[in-house]
Ligand binder design. Structure first.
Ligand code: HEM
Length: 308
């Protein structure tokens, strides 16, 4: 037996003995193990069976698959952010590396929105959307988790209440005042729409737990935990600003223009499937959702989302 195999044998023996397992049985298992294939490893059969249309319009498939791609990228982002959130001590280079990964994923979503904007026949869209009411991308839970994981919750409070909001409020109160609650309320009655009610039934407990969990370990908290020199690192500041702008302006505007194209294509302002006053709700200049306000100048903050 060559040196390498002897060393490997030793390591295998140590590994399994440490967990009270017989290394011989595990080695014997290797003799009978199936060779791995691409399709078993990537689970292509499962993945490619998840695209189920509700209508007969072929372009609904574009819509479904692009949303699924978004959800996969959201998962990739949360995967990276959670490593920052759970790191005991983070250094500026590790922080930058992770943030750049997350940014690249969101850049990809922002720049690929033309797949929605240009890639579906308007008539087909207007037909198949009728089968989707009252569902909306608004109900993407991962999108909300990315927000919780990116910044302090105060920056996600509806801007009308943000300035004077009680910093010691309980999580239920915080949750009820998140900016996106505005899209799901009938303002004359104060009643929640079906869009939000169903979203809440499915995810409210998760959201309360995650709001709490990210309270002291979201990206902004972690950035603040770096020493002063690291916080001033120009590359890191640039990366933070880029991420903030991509998520809260670039993507939002790409999404807004797509909504405008489809929902106003017949000359009217069509109602969104989720039923929100979307024209006003979605614009960054009204919403003023900013993950890292301290990294922008007074002028930049004043003009947030203008001229885009
Ligand atoms: C032609 C394609 C699309 C149209 C017309 C559209 C339209 C809308 C509208 C009108 C809203 C406002 C809420 C409501 O439904 O009443 C909304 C919200 C939302 N959509 Fe889309 N959407 C499209 C594609 C997408 C895609 C691909 C995603 C990716 C996951 C997405 C994610 C979201 C999210 C996260 C919100 C909530 C945004 C917020 O709270 O600021 N949408 N969408």
């Amino acid at each position: 037996m060559n040196e390498k195999i002897i060393t490997l044998n030793k390591r295998i023996e140590e590994k399994f003995k440490a967990i009270d397992q017989n290394p011989e049985v595990h080695l014997e298992g290797l003799v009978w193990a199936k060779p791995i294939t691409y399709w078993d490893y990537i689970h292509t059969d499962a993945l490619l069976n998840l695209q189920i249309q509700r209508s007969t319009e072929p372009d609904e498939m574009v819509f479904i698959m692009y949303h699924q791609i978004n959800e996969l990228l959201f998962k990739m982002m949360l995967w990276e952010i959670d490593q920052v959130a759970t790191a005991e001590k983070i250094t500026a280079p590790v922080f930058s590396d992770k943030l750049n990964r997350v940014s690249r994923y969101f850049d990809m979503l922002a720049s690929s929105f033309s797949i929605m904007m240009e890639g579906m026949d308007v008539k087909q869209y207007l037909n198949f959307r009728n089968t989707l009411t009252p569902a909306s991308g608004f109900q993407s839970a991962q999108y909300r988790l990315i927000e919780f994981a990116s910044t302090d919750w105060i920056n996600l409070i509806d801007r009308r209440f943000r300035e004077n909001f009680d910093r010691n409020a309980d999580y239920d109160n915080i949750y009820e005042h998140l900016y996106w609650q505005a899209a799901g309320k009938d303002h004359s009655t104060g009643k929640k729409t079906t869009l939000v009610r169903l979203f809440e039934e499915r995810y409210k407990t998760t959201f309360l737990n995650k709001l709490k969990a990210y309270n002291h370990c979201n990206l902004w908290s972690k950035y603040k935990s770096l020493n002063e020199q690291e916080r001033k690192n120009p590359d890191l500041v640039k990366a933070m600003r880029h991420y903030d702008k991509t998520v809260n302006i670039t993507w939002v505007m790409a999404h807004y223009y797509a909504a405008e194209k489809y929902l106003e294509s017949d000359g009217n302002t069509a109602e969104a499937t989720g039923g929100s006053d979307w024209k006003k709700y979605m614009l960054p200049k009204y919403q003023r959702r900013i993950f890292f306000p301290e990294l922008w100048s007074a002028d930049e903050l004043k003009n947030w989302g203008e001229n885009v």
